[in-house]
Each structure stands twice: as structure tokens, then as C-alpha cells.
Write a protein that binds this ligand. Structure first.
Ligand SMILES: *Cc1c(COP(=O)(O)O)cnc(C)c1O
Length: 222
């Protein structure tokens, strides 16, 4: 089995190739290594291989794994990418550099309060339910403009961009294109989209962050 370092190298090459095909600078795409359900030792291997940004979808798991790793790795950036309960907002603000799952007004209020208390302001991405799936989290594409305005004006939140997970059964490319158009229309520069199976299509559409788990760390065993 290839090592985490070898997998990272391969993903970096694929990102560079996708950027070349799209006429983009590879430095414009940040690889977020999604380490959920993998042990701190795997994260450490990735850090040693030069990987700086990581994604976790549960605050409790991230809080157990990451703070001890920061000491020797000041460039480490932790992204919270999963559904966030309001009662976990303060812990998320304490440990995260980026929170990608801002998806409702109550959470915006909780994050604003947590930021005031913690004196820390992680970047925020609004999660968009780009496929309008009833079971999926995220703001309806038609409501994103109003929601971003509410986050900024009513709560003073640092909204930097958008994030999505397209419907599993669809061709993701049209969804990625609609996300890019939406972000451009709102003047938002950060666009987190693309996972192990579709990050090249996301880069073609303009992703600035791709979230890759399985292709780096292997299968998860929750
Ligand atoms: C788990 C997860 C990923 C990574 O998915 P892979 O298919 O393993 O690359 C990306 N984004 C989110 C929001 C996730 O929960």
C-alpha cells in the first residue's frame, strides 16, 4: 500500500495537472487533507510530508487530535467541514482556522457570540445546498446572497466564501460551475469544492480549496 506521503505527492501532481489544463496557477488551489476517523499519527505523517491544511467534520474529534500537533507545526491550518451544532460553536471557534459549514442563522449568531468570547475569528465559508437536496445541509442557492449579507451586517462575521457537496449521483461539473458563478456574483473569493472523486472537475470550475480524504489517508473505519 502506498504511504500517506506518496499519496500526497500523487494528489499534488494531479492538482498541478488539473491547474495546467485549466490555465491556473497551482498556488491558487489549497489542498485540505481530510483526516476524519484517522488517528493523530496519520496527521503527523502528512505534516512531516509538508501538508499544512487539514479538514475534520466533528469538533470533538478535532479538539482531541489537533491542539497537540500545533506546537511543532505553526503553519497548520484546521478546517471544520462538517455539520456544526450551535452548542459546539465555541469549541469550533477555539480550535479552527476555517469553519466551512456555516449553514443557518442560529449558527451565525452562535459563532458571532463565540468569536467575541474567544477573541478569535476563524474564516467562515457558507455551505450551499447546491443540488437542493432535502436531506442535505446548506443554504438554498437563491437565498445565499441574503444569508451572506445577514451574516456580515447583523453579526459582523468574516464570510470569505462558499462551500458545497454536490449530489452524489449527479455529474458534479454543472454544480461546480453554478457555485463559481454564485461566488463571483457575490464577490467571494474562496470556493471549497471537490473531494477524492471529483477534485479535478472542481479545479476546472475554479475551486480554491479541495477537500481530499480517502485518496490520501485510505478508507475510513468509523
Ligand atoms: C469526508 C469529507 C470529505 C472527503 O471525502 P473523500 O471522498 O474521502 O475525499 C470532503 N468534504 C467533506 C465535507 C467531508 O465530510
Amino acid at each position: 500500500m502506498p504511504s500517506i506521503a506518496e499519496n500526497l505527492q500523487r494528489i499534488r501532481e494531479r492538482i498541478a495537472d488539473a491547474c495546467a489544463r485549466a490555465g491556473r496557477d497551482p498556488a491558487s488551489v489549497t489542498l485540505v487533507a481530510v483526516s476524519k476517523f484517522h488517528p493523530a499519527e496519520s496527521v503527523r505523517e502528512a505534516l512531516v510530508a509538508g501538508q499544512a491544511s487539514f479538514g475534520e467534520n466533528r469538533v470533538q474529534e478535532a479538539a482531541a487530535k489537533f491542539p497537540p500537533l500545533r506546537a511543532g507545526h505553526p503553519a497548520l491550518r484546521l478546517h471544520i467541514i462538517g455539520a456544526l451544532q450551535t452548542n459546539k460553536a465555541r469549541d469550533a471557534v477555539r480550535i479552527a482556522d476555517v469553519i466551512e459549514s456555516l449553514d443557518r442563522p442560529k449558527l451565525a449568531a452562535a459563532l458571532a457570540e463565540a468569536m467575541a468570547k474567544e477573541g478569535r475569528r476563524p474564516q467562515l465559508l457558507v455551505q450551499v445546498n447546491i443540488g437542493r437536496e432535502p436531506q442535505k445541509a446548506g443554504i438554498d442557492p437563491d437565498a445565499v446572497a441574503d444569508f451572506v449579507a445577514e451574516c456580515r451586517e447583523a453579526h459582523g462575521l468574516p464570510v470569505a466564501g462558499l462551500m458545497c457537496i454536490p449530489p452524489a449521483e449527479d455529474d458534479p461539473a454543472p454544480h461546480f460551475d453554478r457555485m463559481a458563478a454564485l461566488a463571483a456574483r457575490l464577490g467571494l473569493h474562496t470556493l471549497s469544492m471537490g473531494m477524492s472523486g471529483d477534485f479535478e472537475a472542481a479545479i476546472a470550475a475554479g475551486a480554491t480549496h479541495v477537500r481530499v480524504g480517502t485518496a490520501i489517508f485510505g478508507e475510513r473505519h468509523p
